[in-house]
Design a protein around this ligand. Structure first.
Ligand code: SF4
Length: 655
């Protein structure tokens, strides 16, 4: 067999049983790998109504057939489980080197189930797999525990996936890291891993990935690496990282100031990538086989946080606990907060989301210092944000309530329905720091439709409207409509979202970084199919590749449908639909007055998907066409139930 290792590893932490399961040709051809394998396991092995913290739930780590090869950026891993934040389908994706190492150890996927009696970690040393005591590691930050494990195993070069204290404390938006700093941020799987008493998976692999046609593979990889040399987005990402977006976001009005009450701020450039590079950048980093190397390493050099250092930040890492909470004057406050979310192992997006929601409740008198334990949740109060991140990570004080996520916190505090208006969530998960009234209407539609809850910039990645103008002719080539490259228009957007969702799903099956295929467009679908075939020796076609992406999106959608979630939740926070974008002292802001015309785009999107516009369920015809007959059977009795009066009364978010 070429490309795939051909087996998955399953570890049951209740029984201690460790099994290796072969992956058949038909299975690999149907799902490719990574996200495809994971979504299939969650759909079939984790009932939609199971408590996400039930020991029987699974956490899956998926690698792809090209993981660990010379194709660009092949170190990605998808982590999937039933989300404790949304109660629905949840996955996230991380870079680093761990994914390649797992492939070298001989596995395409790891499934963890059960719950250990005390904290443990899994040690994978090629085909030798052990469950080891981790009681001495519990409570440690990844930066502390990572070297301890390496010392214990006597190998500096192993790669480790790990949760932080937030995961151990089952904060519902805890995440995982590998190589200390590379996070799979979203949907709260760190809490599920913590609920299983699993601290880490340390891995050493001494094997290789067998390539069917090495000559062809080198030819394709060399060609693609040449293309990156002149790719405009690659150059920006490498030079100033994803913080290159700050000044663009401020100009185009999608900078999420004070929980999206405004889209710009006169001081935004204080935290721009350019300023970061001049003041606190220590060095640049890249994940496995990455020609872009967008990673940053930061060291604060002055002020009260002088000497603090950490991996990052990314745009979505820095913005939520920075400007979304009204902090901009001293960028060191922002870098410090990003460092804290890393150390605790928190999804920075959700963490900033829940804190800024609470700040807006405070602003509007829905909560007072009586609720917050005396904390003044005023905008820009950096000290309070620092306190709350610590409280959330440790589940202490008011932070213990916020650790439940914004929608649940509103209910726990007994707040009126109005409080949910300010949580900026869809299906219980907050949106990233990107206001669709400026970032683009395609992004807005994708936020409403994403299959992992409130969804975000890493789901359908409508970069054809963000960076599309830098690639003249690309929108015409892929979508048949060049005008779709303009962000604040509905032209071509329903098809763009349909196309990009499918494309991103297959990219996540290969487990390559989407910055190679979206932000930058140096690698297109035909290139991906070319290197997939060179590695595996098979004959995937572009049509088959795209159909696999569509299959995955439909399967994940069906998981939500089994929870009675459909068209009623296909929306974005009302703020984006109702509040025209106000000015905020930036005279070059381009989107004053904009709202998101979501309803103009939804009907066409359902048509492209062949989903029923009354329920949002995939049609039986579509499911059967995609080889998902068993899913069609599961959904059949639920279609009419969805339209019943009892179901209509359900709230918009899930837990
Ligand atoms: S582009 Fe950035 S996130 Fe993606 S693989 Fe490269 S370094 Fe990692």
């Amino acid at each position: 067999m070429y490309g795939w290792a051909g087996q998955r590893l399953r570890v049951d932490l209740t029984t201690g049983e460790i099994t290796k399961e072969p992956l058949s040709y038909e299975y690999r051809r149907k799902w490719i790998g990574g996200r495809g394998f994971n979504s299939d396991v969650i759909y079939n092995e984790v009932p939609a109504d199971m408590d996400p913290f039930d020991p029987r739930t699974r956490v899956c780590f998926g690698m792809g057939p090209v993981s660990g090869t010379a194709a660009p950026s092949t170190g990605r891993v998808t982590v999937t489980c039933k989300s404790p934040l949304t109660g629905g389908f949840g996955d996230s994706n991380m870079g680093g080197h761990w994914g390649a190492e797992v492939k070298y150890a001989g596995y395409d996927q790891i499934i963890v189930q059960g719950r250990a009696k005390h904290p443990v970690y899994i040690w994978i040393d090629d085909d030798k797999v052990e469950i080891r005591d981790a009681r001495h590691l519990w409570g440690k930050f990844a930066r502390e525990a990572d070297p301890m494990i390496k010392q214990e195993l006597g190998d500096e070069d192993i790669h480790i996936m790990m949760i932080g204290p937030a995961g151990e404390n089952m904060v519902r938006f805890a995440c995982t890291f590998n190589d200390v700093w590379r996070a799979a941020g979203r949907t709260g799987h760190g809490a599920v891993i913590g609920s299983k008493n699993l601290k880490a998976i340390a891995t050493r692999g001494s094997g290789t990935v067998k390539i069917a046609d090495p000559k062809k593979m080198m030819e394709v990889c060399n060609r693609l690496r040449q293309a990156f040399k002149t790719d405009p987005m690659k150059i920006g990402l490498n030079t100033i990282g994803s913080l290159c977006l700050i000044n663009v976001a401020n100009r185009d009005g999608w900078f999420p100031w004070n929980n999206f009450q405004f889209g710009s701020h006169p001081l935004a450039s204080n935290m721009s990538g350019e300023v970061h590079a001049e003041t606190v950048l220590k060095h640049r980093e890249g994940c496995y086989a990455c020609p872009i190397a967008c990673g940053r390493f930061t060291e604060i050099r002055d002020g009260k946080y002088a000497g603090e250092n950490f991996g990052g930040p990314e745009y979505e890492h820095a913005v939520p606990t920075g400007p979304r909470c009204g902090i901009i004057e001293d960028a060191n406050d922002i870098w410090h907060n990003a460092r804290l979310t890393n150390d605790y192992g928190l999804d920075a997006i959700e963490c900033g989301g829940v804190i800024s929601s609470a700040m807006e409740w405070f602003q509007r008198g829905l909560i007072t210092t009586k609720d917050t334990g005396g904390l003044e949740l005023t905008w820009g109060n950096a000290e309070v944000v620092d306190t709350l991140i610590n409280q959330i990570g440790q589940r202490k004080g008011f932070g213990n309530i916020l650790a439940e996520g914004a929608d649940r916190a509103a209910d726990k505090l007994g707040l009126p329905k109005e409080a949910h208006y300010y949580t900026i969530t869809t299906r219980g998960m907050t949106l990233p720091g990107d206001d669709p009234r400026g970032l683009g209407f395609g992004y807005g539609l994708s936020f409403a439709m994403g299959t992992r809850g409130g969804c975000d910039h890493l789901r359908s990645l409508c970069c054809l409207e963000l960076s599309g103008a830098l690639y003249p002719g690309l929108n015409t080539k892929l979508l048949g409509d060049e005008s779709a490259n303009k962000p604040v228009t509905t032209n071509g957007k329903p098809y763009m979202v349909y196309y990009e969702e499918n494309q991103k799903a297959t990219t996540d099956c290969l487990q390559v970084c989407c910055f190679t295929t979206h932000w930058s467009y140096a690698v297109l679908t035909p290139d991906q199919v070319e290197y997939l075939n060179a590695v595996t020796g098979l004959d995937f076609t572009e049509e088959e590749f795209q159909e696999i992406g569509e299959r995955i999106v439909n399967l994940e959608r069906a998981y939500w449908n089994r929870l009675m979630s459909g068209v009623r939740e296909d929306t974005v926070p009302e703020r984006f639909l109702k509040e025209p974008m106000p000015p905020n002292g930036v005279d070059y802001q381009t989107n004053i007055g904009a709202t998101l015309p979501l309803n103009e785009m939804l009907p066409k999107y359902y048509q492209y998907r062949d989903w029923d516009s009354k329920t949002g369920f995939p049609s039986e015809r579509k499911l059967k066409q995609l080889g998902l007959d068993y899913v069609a059977k599961d959904l059949a009795p639920l279609r009419s139930k969805y339209l019943s009066d009892a179901e209509k009364k359900k709230v918009k978010y899930y837990y």
